[in-house]
Write a protein that binds this ligand. Structure first.
Ligand code: PLP
Length: 388
């Protein structure tokens, strides 16, 4: 009996990074601190939970609209206009099971066997798996490491050929913490228009930016709405990672193909969860600012503590919940450093190479998933490790 299908055999093995090694230590009862997992530490705001509970009590339990609750899509349309500068009607929005489902639907609907998709490296690894499952080939274009991981138009253009179908960006970027400027995004927009490419834009961290940094949706640049799939989720900013709720926006003509994937995959998103999603967009927004302010406090502490260690250079990330310190001065592969840190201090970090070879010399440290005091303890342990 043949098992599994070729599409599984041909896609890269799914890796959980340092998580599996950390699990072993946890089972041994060690005091493991998780700085690798990319999720918020906060509870979901109360008014979002209340709206969801009310929907359940009101009997919102049956099949719903495949594209998502029309009232939720109206709230999303309003948010896209006010926050993202996008004029999107409700039939150009698909409510999804988090950003994961949005990206899966986009890659499955857009990519033919052998089509090439350019990812900026260091990249978010889960996009690699999805592109490969869709039959596509991932081609990586390094970000400009010497200049703080800026977008490098020349590196991207050198990789474009007649098989290239799409450029996929993550903005704000995981793992580098960059918030791409309008000028950098314009470089990608110009290439997409010049070579007639689609763009998938993962904006899962759009609301988590610091020091007044403005998030720009690439679809808002001239000529980009026609070719961009803008993907968002409640996951990070609203502390709703387990809820599995997100959405994507694109030109009306692309919707039937995306719906075809969605209907055969999940049918539609859980109906009462969508009521919580509407409350999140239409209710009080102070909770967002409060959570970002706490992330900011942790960000400053983590970067200060890391920069105090001789040999580490850690610029303040402009967005996201990740610091991406340069540890190349220690002269060891970043995977080895991450493994030694785990074995000696029980702090879980992620090696930069988990995000592609261009991440060598870096560690990714999540400051969003644990309380301030716990992260401080982790920083003490990192200081002790690096001073040995
Ligand atoms: C860049 C990026 N995209 C997508 C996701 C997954 O988002 P979701 O949980 O909404 O599927 C993550 C989660 O860490 C992420 O960092």
């Amino acid at each position: 009996m043949k098992w599994p299908a070729n599409r599984i055999l041909q896609s890269s093995p799914k890796s959980f990074g340092m998580y599996e090694q950390a699990m072993k230590l946890m089972q041994e009862g060690k005091d493991v601190i998780h700085l690798e997992v990319g999720r918020p530490s906060f509870d979901t705001p109360l008014h979002i939970k209340e709206a969801t509970k009310k929907a359940l009590d009101d009997g919102v339990v049956h099949y719903g609209d495949f594209a998502g609750d029309p009232l939720l899509r109206q709230a999303i349309s309003d948010k896209l206009r006010s926050f993202n500068g996008l004029d999107v009607s409700t039939d150009e929005i698909l409510v999804t099971n988090g950003l994961t489902h949005a990206a899966y639907a986009v890659f499955m609907a857009a990519i033919d066997e052998g089509d090439e998709v350019i990812l900026l490296e260091p990249y978010y690894p889960q996009h690699v798996n999805k592109i490969e499952l869709a039959g596509g080939k991932v081609v990586t274009a390094p970000l400009d490491r010497e200049n703080g991981f800026r977008i490098d138009g020349k590196a991207i253009e050198a990789r474009i050929n007649d098989r290239t179908r799409m450029i996929c960006i993550v903005n704000p970027a995981n793992p580098t913490g960059r918030v791409y400027s309008r000028e950098e995004l314009q470089v990608i927009a110009d290439l997409a228009v010049k070579h007639d490419l689609l763009v998938a834009s993962d904006e899962v961290y759009e609301q988590i930016t610091y020091d007044g940094q403005q998030h720009t949706s690439i679809a808002s640049l001239p000529g980009m709405w026609e070719r961009t799939f803008s993907m968002f989720a409640y996951t990070k900013a609203f502390a709703m990672d387990g809820w599995r709720l997100g959405y994507l926006a694109c030109k009306r003509e692309y919707m039937p193909a995306l719906l075809k994937i969605t209907v055969n995959d999940v049918a539609h998103v859980n109906v009462f969860i969508q009521h919580g999603g509407r409350a999140a967009l239409t209710g009080p927004q102070d909770c967002l600012a409060e959570m970002v302010a706490e992330d900011d406090r942790r960000r400053r502490m983590v970067c200060r503590r890391l920069n105090e260690i001789d040999g580490i250079v850690c610029p303040l990330p402009e967005g996201t919940i990740y610091a991406f310190p340069d540890v190349s001065a220690f002269g060891k592969p970043s995977q080895q450093i991450a493994e030694e840190i785990l074995a000696e201090t029980y702090v879980v970090t992620e090696a930069g190479t988990f995000y592609g070879p261009a991440g060598e010399g870096h560690l990714r440290i999540c400051f969003g998933a644990e309380p301030y005091e716990v992260i401080e303890r982790a920083m003490d342990r990192l200081r002790d490790y690096f001073s040995r």
